[in-house]
Write a protein that binds this ligand. Structure first.
Ligand code: ATP
Length: 679
């Protein structure tokens, strides 16, 4: 059943032990992955390739793994690709000597810049044969492109792209050609370089699958060292579990891969543990429709209701100078160093926020008790009214500068509200009960008014008391309540999961408005009347994590002030592209096209009256799009709430969540099953 079926021939015979991993070999694997949608086959191709890397060139395992997920480094390193189309087209033109106009025409026709590059490259006569690309070389080249800054950065980015493209596709193995009309362009290096530059590999190779593939390759390698040909299913399962558990606590290939190479998979649990300096993916909550639903879910269990503060998620990491705990050496360069120790603040998507909140780091020694030597704390930063001594709305927080903030310039003061501790004094706490973690948290920190507080809570099962807490939380400018399991395995901290053991109850849900969605802006329509100089309506999508596509879900033109529309126009107009990206799943109907399409960059929070099946929008299409009439789900009466600067497009509401929301609504008996879209 598993990746073991793939123990046949090596996928790339020309590569010998000790050679740097040929990039062409990786692209050959990519193109095989691209031609299937079956998860097991994808895993098999992946694991087989990784085994070959382990056997022949283990030192290249890290860049190989990173290129496979289309990343250059862990999120906290802040290295991002996502290069815009215009720069890429310029580089393709200059590398291949083709006119930019022709490149643009090609792009308009083909719609996939990767294929445009492959085509341009193939038609180009080569005078001499450049050195073939290696995986390490491509990783380094992309890294340079992503990190150039300062004057002339754009030009140097183009130079970097040209350098990579001019060596691409010169070393295809015998019998392999790049034919963009067949097999999605096959193993073209140019195509995959462009995809990496665009920040979307589109292989259906989610991070979770890659983790399984790595673990299988490592297990196979381990048993082969013991002279065994093939690992058992039990060994493979065990390997998967080890890798997953470690990755959950320490989501960094930069730390895990060297440890794997040094000690193998079976020692990984001892060698790699939660470590301050490497942010965990935060645990998230499921929405609920009513207090009754909360009581049903937690029946017979002890739970706690905390205020849901409306600010920005912040994971604070700290190690005192005199602690035995090590701060991860891979940490982002802006680690705050103070007299007490080293610290960082990370966002919900593991970005380093230390330069946004130097004021928090400066005050940290005032609320960390003397005996507390190391910790990872889960918190919300909230704007704070110094005079009136209370929480301010989220909008205030958004007015703070995002980078290079100087403590003396801070105008919007923030207070930290701590609700969980994941690591304390050298020990990971994620597998302790929440009751224990909370007790430990209260013992290790002290409240300082306006700087640091514990999240307010009440432990009660009485409906009236929960209702009172909810009302009080709203009075205190919070969004509602977070209800959490207190004891046992169900109360453990589950990194990167949207868990049933954390429920959110927002004021809005109770009025029937449902949870808001966070959607990606893919396109826009020019305004009419007063709004002719700006965009007046927008085309939004959710994200399908399995197919790695954005699926359209509604048009929206409500909830915008004139001032906001002007701001949005300024932010979005530089992102206009010639046509929809190949990973936009949208209606092709003639009347359904927005006036302009954008690079996927912005995520907006949107409220909706309800969800409905739609003959044109594509959200959750694989679930609801098959009845001949409907194409997917759409929103009725969507209304813009705010820009979500803390979410990347891939973190938008997922198609799976849309399915859940739709189903939940149907359960409540609100399902109208209309085929009417509402713009
Ligand atoms: P939302 O728009 O509701 O914030 P989300 O997708 O960002 O959605 P959710 O899982 O839905 O995240 O809600 C949890 C978020 O609420 C956390 O990420 C955190 O930022 C915030 N929060 C505020 N107070 C608490 C608390 N007491 N416990 C946990 N999270 C809290």
């Amino acid at each position: 059943q598993s990746t073991l079926k793939s123990t046949g021939k090596d996928p790339y015979p020309d590569w010998k032990a000790g050679d740097p991993v040929p990039y062409a070999a990786l692209c050959t694997t990519f193109s095989k992955i691209e031609l299937t949608t079956k998860r097991l086959e994808i895993l098999a191709h992946c694991a087989q390739f990784l085994r070959q890397v382990l056997r022949l060139t283990p030192n290249d395992l890290l860049p190989t793994v990173l290129l496979m997920i289309g990343k250059l480094a862990a999120d906290y390193a802040g290295v991002e690709l996502g290069i815009g189309e215009s720069l890429i087209m310029k580089a393709i033109g200059e590398t291949t000597g083709r006119n930019l106009k022709i490149i643009k025409e090609d792009q308009h026709k083909i719609g996939d810049l990767g294929l445009v590059a492959a085509k341009s490259r193939q038609n180009q006569p080569t005078m001499f044969k450049p050195k073939p690309l290696t995986v390490r070389g491509v990783h380094e080249g992309l890294m340079k492109i992503a990190t150039v800054e300062g004057q002339g950065a754009q030009g140097r980015k183009v130079d970097g792209i040209k350098k990579l493209l001019s060596s691409a596709d010169t070393n295809l193995p015998k019998g392999q050609t790049v034919d963009i009309t067949q097999d999605k362009g096959g193993p073209s290096e140019a195509k995959f370089i462009i995809r990496a530059l665009e920040g979307k590999m589109r292989l259906g190779l989610a991070d979770k699958n890659l983790q399984v593939a790595i673990s299988h390759a490592m297990v196979a390698y381990a048993v082969s060292q013991d002279g065994k040909q093939v690992p058992s299913e039990t060994e493979l399962k065990k390997g998967e579990e080890v890798f997953k558990a470690v990755y959950n606590e320490l989501p960094s290939y930069e730390v895990i891969v060297p440890a794997l190479l040094k000690g193998g998979i079976w020692k990984l649990r001892e060698t790699c543990k939660l470590q301050p300096g490497v942010p965990l993916k935060p645990m998230l909550a499921k929405p609920t429709k009513s207090i009754g639903e909360v009581l049903d879910r937690f029946e017979g269990k002890d739970f706690t209701c905390e205020y849901k503060y409306d600010g920005e998620r912040a994971q604070i990491h700290f190690v005192a100078h005199d602690s035995d705990t090590e701060y991860a050496a891979t940490v982002a360069p802006s680690a705050g160093k103070s007299e007490r120790g080293t610290s960082n603040i990370f966002s919900r998507n593991s970005e380093d926020l230390s330069k946004k909140y130097p004021d928090i780091l400066a005050k940290l020694p005032t609320w960390v008790k003397k005996g507390t030597k190391s910790f990872v704390l889960d918190c919300e930063t909230v704007a704070w009214d110094v005079e009136k001594k209370h929480v301010l709305p989220f909008q205030q927080l958004m007015t703070r500068k995002k980078k290079d903030v100087k403590v003396e310039d801070v105008k919007v003061k923030v207070c930290v509200f701590a609700f969980d501790v994941l690591f304390l004094n050298g020990e990971a706490l994620v597998n302790k009960s929440f009751r224990e973690r909370r007790d430990l948290m209260y013992g290790a920190f002290e409240e300082v008014e306006g700087e640091f507080s514990f999240a307010k809570f009440g432990n009660t099962r009485e409906v009236e008391e929960i209702q009172t807490l909810l009302d009080e939380s709203i009075q205190a400018s919070c969004e509602g309540l977070m209800v959490k399991m207190l004891d046992g395995v169900e109360s453990h901290y589950e990194p990167s999961r949207r868990s049933q053991n954390w429920l959110k109850v927002k004021k809005d849900y109770l009025s029937g408005a449902g949870d808001s969605l966070d959607l990606v802006v893919l396109g826009a329509y020019y305004g009419k009347g007063k709004r002719t100089s700006v965009y007046g309506a927008f085309h939004l999508a959710c994200y399908n994590q399995t197919s790695e596509q954005y699926e359209t879900v509604c048009n929206i033109g409500t909830g915008f002030s004139e001032a906001i529309l002007a701001e949005l126009y300024d932010a979005l107009s530089p992102l206009v592209i010639d046509r929809a990206k190949p990973f936009y799943d949208h209606s092709t109907g003639k009347n359904d096209q927005p006036d302009v399409w954008f690079e996927p960059r912005y995520v907006w929070e949107v409220k909706t009256a309800d969800l409905t099946l739609s003959p044109r929008y594509r959200a959750a299409a694989s679930e609801f799009g098959g009845d001949g009439v409907h194409k997917g789900v759409s929103l009725r009466f969507p209304r813009f709430i705010r820009v979500r600067g803390d979410k990347k497009p891939e973190e938008a509401t997922s198609s799976r969540q849309v399915v859940e929301m739709y189903r939940k609504q149907a359960e409540v008996g609100k399902d109208k099953k209309t085929a009417v879209d509402d713009d």
